[in-house]
Design a protein around this ligand. Structure first.
Ligand SMILES: [Zn+2]
Length: 295
């Protein structure tokens, strides 16, 4: 009993620390109970998360390894995403888009780093060759709903259907690329409910939160976007960075931004799915409307 009580207390402490440190997300505290406990038992990563986060902000330039390309982090669950000081994950939402996504792929290649693309089902269906190109260039591909709907405005089943429809469309577009859809998912507008988050996590999806929002959708210059993102990153010391591969300013800011990451000693972690593809997991939705529609 003593051991159990200590574990529960540790879990509560971990939850409190994570809750405090968590940026942007809504209703995170709704994720509690059996799922949260189970997550901690499986991964044991809560204490690491807490210790990494309480160390922040990190001073600049103390973690230089010299190489911009960092390790590959293979994850099976959201809680597995634990970054060390100086590590970043690059994510690009809302594509693929002609003219922008290929340019971003070239810049990533020239810097030798891999990113994660959270594609809209509608965009992947409109540009399947681009979706495949992203996968063929070695980046991870996840999903971001079909139509970029604010899921908090939908009923529960409608929200799950929208997520499943997005996954099905991106998976269809990737067919033949040699790489399946990863179980990575990001909520549009970072708008979620405790119910949806819990349901996705129980379905073995990996919900990608955002630690550093570049706000590259603001009508700022590329230089301002880069400076804002670096400032926020320096303040945190590590984190998941949100970009969008649909804006020219993102294309314009990326080369200098990556150069500066390297100069400041950061490394770019490649995020990969431990269980390759979404179809190895238990499917969360009852109806899979995207699959029915494509018939
Ligand atoms: Zn988006």
């Amino acid at each position: 009993m003593q051991v159990l009580r200590a574990f529960v207390l540790a879990g509560l402490l971990g939850a409190a620390l994570m809750g405090c440190a968590k940026p942007v997300s809504h209703n995170d505290h709704a994720v509690s109970g059996p799922l949260a406990v189970q997550d901690r038992v499986v991964t044991g990563s809560v204490q690491q998360v807490a210790s990494v986060r309480v160390q922040q902000p990190m001073p600049k330039r103390i973690f230089a390894s010299g190489a911009l390309a960092g390790r590959t982090l293979a994850v099976a669950a959201t809680a597995d995403i634990v970054l060390r000081p100086g590590e970043v994950i690059l994510t690009f939402d809302d594509g693929p888009r002609a003219g922008k996504t290929p340019a971003i792929l070239d810049i990533l290649d020239s810097h030798g780093v891999k990113a994660t693309f959270l594609m809209l089902g509608s965009a992947a269906r409109a540009n399947p060759a681009l979706a495949r190109l992203v996968a063929q260039r070695g980046h991870s591909v996840g999903s971001h709903t079909y139509d970029h709907v604010d899921l908090s405005t939908l009923g529960r089943q409608a929200a799950l259907d929208e997520i499943a429809r997005g996954e099905a469309a991106v998976a269809d577009a990737l067919a033949g690329s040699g790489q399946g859809l990863s179980p990575f998912f990001r909520f549009p507008y970072l708008s979620q409910s405790g119910y949806l988050r819990t349901t996705l996590l129980q379905g073995d999806m990996v919900v990608l939160d955002v630690d550093i929002d570049s706000k590259d959708y603001y009508k700022d210059s590329a230089a301002i976007v880069a400076a804002r993102t670096l400032e926020r990153l320096d303040a945190r010391g590590s984190g998941i960075i949100l970009f969008h591969d649909i804006h020219q300013r993102t294309v314009d800011m990326l080369p200098a931004f990556l150069d500066e990451l390297k100069a400041r000693g950061y490394s770019v972690v490649r995020l990969a799915a431990k269980n390759d593809g979404v179809f190895s997991r238990s499917i969360i939705t009852a109806q899979a409307p995207g699959a029915a529609e494509s018939l």
